[in-house]
Design a binder for this molecule. Structure first.
Ligand SMILES: [Zn+2]
Length: 300
């Protein structure tokens, strides 16, 4: 069996994978990479119109079913659902629920990520940036646990009953800074306040830009925009009633044809774009092959 490239995406909600990285996932799957997903929460705080609830007894069941549909389109090798409750935004009551992801000790979540890393042995790991993209507590929680786990997974003293394993590269998904700055400009012209956006006015778009980290890697995903859209459409309950995105496909294909990443490990020497493939420089060795048993060694 040939050595396989394996990519782990460690994210928080059912829809983060499709909305954020749908094109990228489709691209790497098409190129033969085994792509795995950690979805840490059930997305049960997502606002859902009653028409979407037909056939489901909870928001969590609906949102995980939407994730299953999207996963089929994107072609994940496996999805690890951690099952934590969605925390909602920082200021909300749900973020105080003892079962929500935000209330878990980082160490407990880290352990679960280490177990996944040791099981699937990905060479490359992606998570959110330190601000969790747009300040969502669940994004921040899984980011912290994933960064910890990335390094802990190789410590022989960190016991999970599995062999230690060190992935080679760690990335944060970068936000589309230029596009967001453009959006802020348009909002200001329209007299809207970019610091209080969204249904609950708790998203600060200026802070998203202020917390953006340098981009070291850009990946061309223009050829996968159709799959990206199909996967995103699976999360219909989260599209706010829109069935089609706001911008025409030709424009979106141009504006969002590149996905940017911040390389955390190995640490870049300079803050500039220096690669166009997450697997650049990665060694694709076989998984550790278990020692043959006495039975296998016996002559036939
Ligand atoms: Zn999310």
């Amino acid at each position: 069996m040939a050595a396989r490239a394996r990519l782990l995406i460690s994210y928080a909600h059912p829809d983060d994978e499709s909305f954020g990285l749908g094109g990228l996932i489709a691209k790497y799957v098409a190129e033969g990479v085994e792509v795995y997903l950690i979805c840490a929460t059930n997305g049960d705080v997502g606002t859902v119109k009653p028409e979407f609830m037909k056939g489901y007894d909870s928001v969590a069941a609906l949102r995980l079913a939407e994730l299953d549909k999207a996963s089929k389109i994107l072609g994940f090798k496996e999805v690890f659902k951690f099952g934590y409750k969605d925390s909602g935004m920082m200021s909300s009551e749900t973020a105080k629920d003892p079962d929500c992801l935000w209330q878990q000790p980082v160490e407990a979540v880290t352990r679960r990520v280490v177990e996944v890393i040791r099981e699937i042995q990905p060479q490359v790991v992606i998570t959110f940036n330190k601000y969790g993209g747009y300040g969502h507590p669940d994004h921040i929680a899984i980011q912290r646990a994933t960064v910890e786990a990335f390094f802990k997974a190789s410590e022989p003293g960190y016991e999970t009953g599995q062999a230690p394993y060190q992935p080679q590269k760690l990335y944060y998904s970068a936000i589309a800074k230029r596009q967001i700055q453009m959006g802020i400009m348009i909002m200001r012209i329209r007299g809207q306040d970019p610091r209080h956006v969204g249904r609950n006015k708790d998203i600060d778009i200026q802070a998203i830009v202020n917390n953006a980290e340098p981009v070291h890697t850009t990946i061309n995903i223009g050829a996968y925009s159709a799959q990206w859209e199909m996967a995103s459409a699976c999360h219909a309950s989260q599209l706010g009633g829109r069935t089609t995105p706001r911008l025409p496909q030709a424009i979106r294909q141009r504006v969002f044809s590149k996905q940017g990443f911040t390389r955390i490990h190995p640490k870049p020497a300079h803050d500039r774009v220096d690669e166009h493939d997450l697997f650049a420089g990665v060694k694709l060795d076989e998984r550790a092959i278990p020692a043959p048993t006495a039975q296998q060694l016996e002559p036939a």
